[in-house]
Design a protein around this ligand. Structure first.
Ligand code: IMP
Length: 501
């Protein structure tokens, strides 16, 4: 006979937090939202932590290189979508890693005997207007000079040699290899430069340091960067072409990988984890999922997942529950998996972070997910609404919306996400194609959401995510209490009411 659960499964909206004592030190400024992303042993720190507990969904309509940069700037992490060719996805990863680095390796370098036409060709390809000139045109050749957009103008003879236009090296201010970012920025400031080339003792170009990167760092104190001050970026993978896709993404600089699948409780995922562990050991961080229960969690934990994603059927674009009758209320899933994670930690000494994926429709759902034991959340709809998401902004009925479609919708052509053997095509849809209200810039919206989470944590007397998970008190609410939670039994001051007066 089938197994029947005694309790129904619940979603976030059916729970509320109770306040704990707020101490005088519990102010939003004192709350840290730093949270681990990768598994760690008791007493050690995680190989990768997020500065805010937000990741963006592995979806075409959400996570490209632009959104990744915007989110990493605020301290979170994007997973670049996997439903594109390996080459395209690797290029997106590369673009994030190269976008802002304290020390950038030049990817648009000229030779002195290149022509102005060569420069325009390179500009079109790479999009940079500042280019170093080296003896052999390589990123680490002998530095001969620098060319910027101030060195040439429209209408010049296109055969003009770069050597006659560039500022030669003897008139350049340069920094020595090994200089700290702070010292490089000081030279940039003192000499009013836009870029500082860094050279080794033989005069070979090593890096470039840009003024815009220094300013950006100051304005974004939470930004999530790697040891070389490059933005941290994740990438989605699937259980079909992983043997080719993973090495390409790792080579492109992806800091973390995550399996993109609607059902992660599968031998296919174990195979991918085995592949990564045998090829890279602990060097590559890889998440698995999605699961909704203890059994699924333990399977992936024992298979070596560095973090585990939780949630089936709760996504805003998801119709898996209608199509297949599979899923579980998101809150119940998190509560059970978090308990399994804690028991696993007690037994093995290894803490495996869990991610609540999908179904966040109010900011407080994020707070509840953390209180229930999630270490971070993954969201699609939330980020799809912003300028930085890749989808089109369209005017509908006098207001603006952004397109948002599921990876299980025909439009995404992502049959690999639903791989359970058999056909190499999507036989039926598990997602829809629609719109979300346009909401403006990511950082403006995120600032409000973060402030709400921190304020709530102050109400609950918690200064860190870990403390919040330990001390939060949560209650189920009845259907009538839910009604009580919204505005009720008053006439709202809307236009109709006012105009009828
Ligand atoms: P949202 O934040 O509620 O919009 O949910 C986003 C999550 O839904 C993603 O991170 C995926 O786990 C999941 N998802 C994405 N596309 C589909 C789909 O087409 N069908 C079902 N679930 C999807």
């Amino acid at each position: 006979m089938a197994y029947f659960y005694k309790e129904p499964s619940y979603t976030f909206s059916e729970y509320l937090l109770l306040p704990n004592l707020t101490k005088a030190t519990d102010t939003p400024e004192n709350v840290s939202l730093k949270t681990p992303l990768a598994a760690f042993k008791n007493g050690e720190t995680a190989r990768l932590s997020l500065n805010i507990p937000f990741t963006s969904a592995i979806m075409q309509s959400v996570s490209d290189d632009h959104l990744s940069i915007a989110l990493a700037k605020e301290g979170g992490l994007s997973f670049i979508f996997a439903s594109q060719t390996i080459e395209e996805q690797a290029r997106m990863v590369e673009r994030v890693k190269k976008f802002k680095a304290g020390f950038v390796v030049s990817d648009a370098t000229l030779k002195p005997d290149h022509s102005l036409k060569d420069m325009y060709d390179l500009l079109e390809q790479k999009g940079h207007t500042t280019m170093p000139v080296t003896n052999d045109g390589t990123a680490h050749g002998l530095l001969d000079g620098m060319l910027t957009s101030r060195d040439y103008r429209q209408g010049m003879d296109l055969s003009t040699k770069i050597s006659t236009l560039m500022t030669p090296v003897d008139r350049l201010v340069t920094g020595h290899d090994g200089i700290s970012l702070e010292a490089a920025n000081e030279i940039i400031f003192q000499h009013k430069l836009n870029v500082l080339p860094i050279t080794d003792t033989s005069g070979n170009l090593v890096h470039l340091v840009f003024r815009k990167d220094a300013d950006s760092h100051r304005n974004h104190p939470c930004e999530l960067t790697d040891k070389e001050k490059r933005y941290v970026v994740g990438a989605g993978i699937n259980t079909r072409d992983y043997a080719q896709r993973i090495p390409a993404l790792v080579d492109a600089g992806a800091d973390v990988l995550c399996m993109d699948s609607s059902d992660g409780f599968s031998e296919y995922q174990k195979k991918v984890l085995d592949f990564v562990k045998s090829k890279y050991g602990n060097k590559v961080i890889i998440g698995a999922g999605n699961v909704v229960d203890r059994e699924g969690f333990l399977y992936l934990a024992n298979a070596g997942a560095d973090f585990i994603k939780v949630g089936i059927g709760g996504g805003s674009i998801c119709i898996t529950r209608e199509q297949k009758g599979i899923g579980r209320g998101q809150a119940t899933s998190i509560i059970e998996v978090a308990a399994a994670r804690d028991a696993y930690f007690d037994k093995t000494g290894t803490y495996i972070p869990i991610c609540s994926d999908g179904g966040v429709t109010h900011d407080y759902h994020i707070t509840l997910a953390l209180a229930m034991g999630a270490d971070f959340v993954m969201m699609g709809r939330y980020f799809a609404r912003f300028d930085e998401s890749p989808s089109r902004k369209i005017k509908v009925k006098g207001g603006f919306v952004k397109e948002y479609w599921g990876e299980g919708a025909n439009r995404a052509k992502n049959w690999q996400r639903y791989h359970v053997g058999g056909n190499a095509r999507l036989t039926f849809e598990e997602g829809v194609d629609g719109y979300v209200p346009y909401a403006g810039r990511l950082n403006d919206n995120l600032a409000i959401t973060l402030y709400k989470i921190k304020s709530t944590m102050c109400n609950c007397g918690a200064a860190t995510v870990a403390e919040f998970q330990r001390t939060a008190r949560i209650t189920l609410v009845s259907a009538l209490s839910l009604r009580e939670g919204g505005a009720h039994d008053i006439q709202l001051r809307d236009d109709d009411f006012m105009s009828s007066k």
